[in-house]
Design a protein around this ligand. Sequence first.
Ligand code: UGA
Length: 439
Amino acid sequence: MYKIAVAGTGYVGLVAGVCFAEKGHQVTCVDIDRNKVNVMKSGISPIYEEGLEELMQKNYAEGRLDYTIDYQSAYKDADAIFIGVGTPEQPDGSANLSYIATVARQIAESVEKDCLVVVKSTVPVGTNDKVEQFINDFLVNDVRVEVASNPEFLAQGSAVHDTLYAERVIIGTESKWAEELLMNIYEPFHLPIVSVNRRSAEMIKYASNDFLALKISYMNDIANLCELVGADIQDVARGMSFDERIGRKFLNAGIGYGGSCFPKDTKALEYIAKQNGYELKTVTAAINVNNEQKTLLYKKASKRLITFNGLKVAVLGLTFKPGTDDLREAASLENVPLLLEQGADIYAFDPVGAENFAKVYPEGKNGKGSITYVSSPEDALKNANVCFIFTEWGEVKAVTPETYKKLMRTSLVFDGRNIYKVDEMGEAGVEYHSVGRKV
Ligand code: UGA
């Protein structure tokens, strides 16, 4: 078993640290925020992620997991230091590497024995070469430090499961020593390991995320055409999915991809290509389709209604997908301001995302319109003139077609997630607009 330090306790760092501890390693998670460290020590997770808190409490109690702001003590005798700090998007689409640089500097000043630095954060191809050079330039003690790439493939909402039962672990190394050490660290996970060089590992992360983004945008593009020619995107997707070369997953058309990864990583790869004098036309197309798709429901509803002024608008779901309180790049953030500008009175339901949404749009009067947060879909639907579905939460899916008919003043529903069968909504007397299917 190894002594591991993890830099950064966001989704990537915290989940990795907790899972390494669960597999028997001795783990210290480092963060700069003292309050956050104290909260984690008390067994509370700073992020909403199923199963994480239980594992935090168990491994902390059993002495394999700890949290600290004292990076020096965590790094000085670690066998491996995993970096999971953010690489946020900059206005030009490039990745901001300042957090990685800060950690690299701290590592260089702290390590007292040979150590492998493993970058989990998504970074532009070639970054880890520079990180290794940077650490060695600033190294205080006479020790060997190498950098490996180990990109993360967890999805929010299923992060713990995705880490413990990953379909593959990608390790990118430049020496036998680094490769063997990283393989040994992952040995107790019993997962398929793909060992490649560092730059390929960095590229695998972007290529994978951008391929999935492309797949979604492709389905959205086809969905829009389906509407025009009278085909049904869900039947089309089902028919396609039997071909193993296409696969069953990520064929769901809707209101575009959101979250912290696909939007950022598509733009980052587009930028990397440009920097290298190359135009990545497919990825650019995925970005453009996604931008259009985000406001699809608003555009559809605007065609159907003369105005939203004074209308009671039910909004079901605010987060970019279910199972998370994350609002980053969520379609709701694009549509709600347009509705408020028009004077809509919004009644919004989201089981965990409402609190974060209220930080941007506080309850009460907002510009010409207003927003009220309610605790059930039914409360949002009562007497509503129109309903928008942005996230397919279980609570939203549980609402029956008859409920829309019964509770709403006008049972007019715009569904961005294709939750219902078109026919059953029709039979219940609901005017139902979805994505890539007939009205
Ligand atoms: C994504 C990838 O799925 C992970 O493999 C990757 O590790 C992660 O990014 C990352 O780079 O950290 P995540 O952003 O958490 O994970 O969420 P996804 O489940 O992939 O969903 C992203 C967006 O695509 C959501 O808005 C979702 O609603 C949308 N989506 C997904 C569709 O519109 N259609 C689909 O068929 C699937």
